[in-house]
Design a protein around this ligand. Structure first.
Ligand SMILES: [Mg+2]
Length: 129
């Protein structure tokens, strides 16, 4: 089965998304998008409990797909953020803020936002730290 795993707030701490939302709310969305285009954050924590579960699912033969609203230009940063855990992922999909348009009903979603969990198959899980 396919396992779709969100990055920010799910396997990685939510500093990036929190800062984005803060700028969007305090200033405006245009400024938040400009900030996001150039920001690189390398001090995110990893969710070792969830990554342990993902390692088990991978060992059972499931396909592990990173499923993120990050842009393509965040690929290297994402790989650094995941560090030694990167090989757990068969692929990482970068949806540039448009995860809602992707099809994930063929698999289980792990995400920190309920609206994305609701898009996945039965067994999809809301992740909290
Ligand atoms: Mg998230």
């Amino acid at each position: 089965m396919k396992i779709y795993v969100d990055m920010d707030g799910t396997v990685l701490s939510n500093k990036l998304d929190n800062q984005f939302r803060c700028i969007a709310t305090a200033i405006n969305m245009a400024e938040a998008l400009l900030w996001y285009a150039d920001v690189y954050v390398d001090d995110l924590q990893v969710n070792t409990v969830l990554l342990g579960k993902i390692a088990t699912l991978k060992a059972e033969g499931h396909e592990i797909i990173g499923w993120t609203n990050r842009d393509d230009n965040k690929q290297l940063m994402t790989e650094r953020n995941l560090g030694i855990y990167l090989p757990l992922f068969d692929t990482i999909q970068y949806h540039a803020g448009d995860k809602r348009s992707s099809v994930v009903s063929d698999g289980i979603v792990y995400d920190n936002e309920a609206e994305y969990v609701a898009m996945g198959a039965a067994g999809s899980t809301l992740v909290t730290w």
